[in-house]
Design a protein around this ligand. Structure first.
Ligand SMILES: Nc1nc2c(c(=O)[nH]1)N[C@H]1C(S)=C(S)[C@@H](COP(=O)(O)OP(=O)(O)OC[C@H]3O[C@@H](n4cnc5c(=O)[nH]c(N)nc54)[C@H](O)[C@@H]3O)O[C@H]1N2
Ligand SMILES: Nc1nc2c(c(=O)[nH]1)N[C@H]1C(S)=C(S)[C@@H](COP(=O)(O)OP(=O)(O)OC[C@H]3O[C@@H](n4cnc5c(=O)[nH]c(N)nc54)[C@H](O)[C@@H]3O)O[C@H]1N2
Ligand SMILES: [Mo]
Length: 775
């Protein structure tokens, strides 16, 4: 039997701080995942679901975007993947009766854990203006209301269409077509808050916003730098790949303010050795860097290579740089080297918090490596100067020709399982003209060309009264976004907010004047349409596209697939009463597309490069890999046709005395805003989430005791008091001046206009705070 959903908020008084763990996975991970699975799914469904994760002919794990290996284990087992599946395939339900019993005001008092744990949404629900309770409605009513509200807008740019990264390629493609057909590019997505800085930096410098390595490259790498990433929790299957790289002789360097368990030691649950204990030490070196200090580190490494290149008598002199590659494939080296000459070691040390010796030792690792990969995630993308930081990552790799050769390259490790695919399908407020031209040609219409709102701009538009309707294709907008109080108020200005969701979350409760919940199928469920059972496709972090087919019975008879929802809405928007297409609307047979997704793939094949023969290519076992110029042939689709070195002034956060810099991150028991449980096992936290990790020296200097209760108060130039109350202080291994606490509880502290230059990503890893003791 599956267990009952919790009926209480997390009681933070029960919080306990235990020992920090120095290794990841092993038996405790397996046991924990099975516990969660059984509680949510019961034994039979657990077995059905877990055996189909990431198997050929199975479904793509909704956990993360790390690629699958070609030779798969019987169970591609990963603790957090299993938890993600359990949360979706849960037997718990949120039926209409639930909303009759609980008003939205009451539910607003429930925390994210309690809301998410109630289970799957079963029916379309409507919250009328002034009403306290959602009521069940028909799909015709719900979609009719949404279409009417959209049509009634003075300007299509008053509508906002958000996407989270679980949406399939097929649904995403039709969704952006519908949005552009309506006449707007307002397509903000979770990527704006996630890897946007990676996309910005990579597109400028190497001509494509995607990583350049394959799994094989990871296995063949001689040196792997992992900066700003906690794979033990967020990409556990990556540890298996790192273990293999390590066995092949790779050196691994972890760059992180925190000694994350997964990076330190890993027990692979797929192997006997992993299960009996011991495991393998993954990181050879650990650089405990200050928050936001990575640009300094990468410039320091560049400076070291430059010095070695030029040092008379050095065995490496003149041979450090890959001159042949630089001469034929790059531009801008001179300006970059000038910047490296200008920046001083003293500044690099201050900014990074690392010693010159430590950086030089890592430089020696680079000298010794013929193939280097740099992997990164949110620790590098969510700072004010993230784009410059990532350009410096690219600079360093270009110096030694580490792009487009086996075992080398850039590896931004994506989050949501199809966030990369959604972008490929056109979910972007600034899609290039080439894509839009192809879209127009395929559907005989003229898509709008003015850029739309990204996530922050969308909130600003809502706040300022410039938006009327919000539609969320998945995700939990109100909790994932920064400046929670501002965002909540902004949503209240809209006339209608609509969420296409699998599970209950706060975005269903903080609404416009009217609201709709449109419940949809998840990845694990059978998607039966007029043309038979359908499969969808996804793209992983390494540009591999493959099919995903759900097998479980849907959570309710009244769910529609994401594709079906888009098609029905588009038909209401674009079709005339006699079934024709309105003038100016995209020419598409929406009901045929809903019945047979292979027809959608035909359109994708015609519009998106690399998808020719799409249907045939997904028949190949494991799918196919999209073209990637730098990786495939060292060709760079920049204006000059060359890879660009760039000169970036060194930046780093400067924190006033007596203040700390806060990073907001994930615990081991959450998937973004979905909270699975109350523990962060590796970091030694049990039964609670309101903790702030602080260096002991900072606590001493501030006169605050380990275990004391404090409010976190963010300080920003607008002088507004942003406060997250009642956090327990935990003395922890983190650089002096650098604190950490969990997202989304701390999103209230991130000011809306504190965002990265160029990419616009909220600075979730860089918030100046003070600790105010609670008396
Ligand atoms: N189980 C699980 N899996 C997930 C998710 C989840 O919530 N749960 N989320 C998914 C999503 S959408 C994403 S984007 C990824 C996120 O994956 P991660 O980026 O690993 O997630 P975070 O918890 O934000 O961790 C950031 C890491 O960067 C470090 N860090 C913070 N600031 C800095 C810095 O300035 N420099 C350096 N060098 N390091 C820094 C932190 O200490 C932490 O180890 O995971 C995906 N997978
Ligand atoms: N402070 C701070 N803020 C952050 C971050 C941070 O590190 N710190 N990280 C940022 C990052 S990296 C990201 S990616 C965003 C995440 O932002 P989002 O993607 O908006 O948030 P999620 O929590 O992943 O969304 C969870 C909801 O998605 C719905 N859902 C799940 N599966 C499906 C599905 O298959 N279809 C549909 N239609 N709905 C589904 C469920 O209803 C669930 O409640 O948050 C960002 N916000
Ligand atoms: Mo993400």
């Amino acid at each position: 039997m599956a267990g009952k959903a919790p009926q209480e908020n997390i009681d933070e008084a029960q919080l306990r701080v235990t020992d920090v763990q120095k290794k990841a996975v092993g038996i405790p991970g397996v046991v924990h995942a099975l516990e969660v699975s059984l509680k949510q799914m019961g034994p039979i469904r657990s077995a059905q679901a877990l055996l189909k994760i990431n198997q050929k002919n199975g479904f793509d794990c909704p956990g993360c975007a790390w690629p699958e290996e070609d030779k798969r284990h019987k169970a591609e087992f990963c603790e957090n993947g299993a938890k993600a599946v359990a949360e979706e395939a849960t037997k718990r339900r949120v039926p209409p009766q639930f909303f009759a019993e609980h008003s939205v005001s009451e539910l607003r008092g429930w925390d994210d854990f309690r809301l998410g744990q109630q289970g799957r949404l079963t029916d379309p629900m409507f919250l009328a203006e002034g009403s306290e309770n959602y009521v069940p409605v028909s799909w015709d009513f719900a979609l009719g209301l949404l279409a009417d509200e959209l049509k009634a807008l003075k300007d299509p740019n008053e509508a906002i269409f958000y996407t989270s990264g679980r949406t399939s390629n097929e649904a995403a493609f039709l969704y952006q077509l519908m949005v552009r057909g309506l006449g707007t590019n307002n397509l903000p997505d979770c990527s704006n808050m996630c890897h946007e800085s990676s996309g910005s930096a990579l597109t400028e410098t190497i001509g494509i916003g995607k990583g350049s390595v394959s799994l094989e490259d990871i296995y063949q790498a001689e040196l792997i730098l992992i900066a700003g990433q906690n794979p033990g929790t967020n990409h556990p299957r990556m540890l298996t790949a790192l273990e293999k790289a390590k066995k092949n002789g790779a050196v691994i360097v972890a760059v992180n303010p925190l000694p994350e368990a997964g990076l330190m030691r890993f027990e692979n649950p797929q192997t006997v050795r992993g299960l009996v204990g011991g495991g393998i030490a993954l990181a050879d070196d650990f650089l405990q860097i200050k928050l936001g200090g990575d640009q300094a580190l990468f410039q320091g490494l560049g400076k070291f290579l430059l010095e070695e290149q030029r040092r008379p008598g050095s065995e490496h002199a003149g041979r450090v740089f890959d001159t042949a590659f630089i001469d034929s494939h790059t531009t801008g080296l001179g300006e970059y080297l000038e910047q490296l000459e200008t920046v001083t070691w003293a500044e690099i040390v201050t900014a990074s918090g690392l010693s010159e010796d430590q950086i030089r030792a890592t430089g020696q690792r680079l000298l010794a490596s013929k193939a280097t990969v740099v992997c990164w995630a949110m620790g590098l993308t969510q700072h004010k100067h993230s784009v410059a930081m990532l350009r410096d990552v690219v600079n360093l790799l270009l110096l030694q020709g580490n792009i487009g050769k086996p075992g080398a390259g850039v590896c931004p490790v994506r989050g949501h399982s199809n966030v990369q695919g959604d972008r490929t399908m056109g979910i972007f407020e600034r899609m290039p003209a080439k894509f839009l031209d192809a879209l127009d040609a395929e559907f005989s219409f003229a898509s709008p060309r003015a850029h739309g709102f990204d996530t922050v701009a969308a909130i600003e538009a809502m706040r300022d009264g410039n938006a009327g309707v919000f539609l969320g294709m998945g995700g939990n907008f109100v909790r994932a976004t920064p400046d929670s109080d501002v965002t909540e108020k902004a949503l209240g200005n809209l006339s209608l907010t609509v969420q296409i969701s699998t599970k209950l979350n706060k975005s269903h409760l903080v609404t416009g004047k009217q609201a709709l919940i449109l419940p949809t199928l998840g990845r694990t469920e059978r998607d039966a349409q007029a043309g038979g059972d359908q499969r969808v496709t996804v793209e992983d972090s390494m540009s591999a596209v493959h099919a995903s087919r759900g097998r479980l019975a849907p959570a309710s008879k009244n769910l529609l697939s994401e594709v079906a929802i888009v098609c029905r809405l588009a038909a209401l928007l674009f079709e005339t009463d006699d079934g024709g297409t309105r003038p100016g609307a995209p020419l598409a047979d929406w009901s045929a597309l809903a019945g047979d997704y292979s027809l959608i793939r035909k359109h994708i094949a015609a519009v998106v490069p690399g998808f020719e023969d799409f249907e045939a290519k997904i028949e190949q076992p494991g799918g196919f890999v999209l073209p990637h110029g730098p990786r495939d042939s060292r060709s760079f689709a920049t204006a000059s046709g060359l890879a660009h070195f760039t000169a970036n002034t060194l930046e780093y956060p400067k924190v006033p005395a007596g203040r700390l810099l806060l990073q907001t991150l994930r615990s081991h028991d959450q998937y973004n805003t979905t909270i699975y449980g109350k523990d962060d096992r590796y970091r030694g936290i049990k039964n609670g989430r309101r903790v702030v990790f602080v260096n002991k020296n900072d606590l001493d200097a501030l006169g605050i005791a380990d275990g004391a209760m404090v409010d976190l108060v963010s300080e920003w130039k607008d002088g507004v008091d942003r406060r997250a109350p009642d956090f327990r202080v935990v003395a922890y291994s983190t650089p002096v001046g650098c604190a950490a606490a969990y997202y989304p509880e701390t999103n209230v502290l991130v000011p809306l206009d504190s965002k990265a230059d160029i990419s616009g990503t909220p600075t979730s890893k860089s918030v100046v705070i003070r600790l105010e003791p609670v008396s």
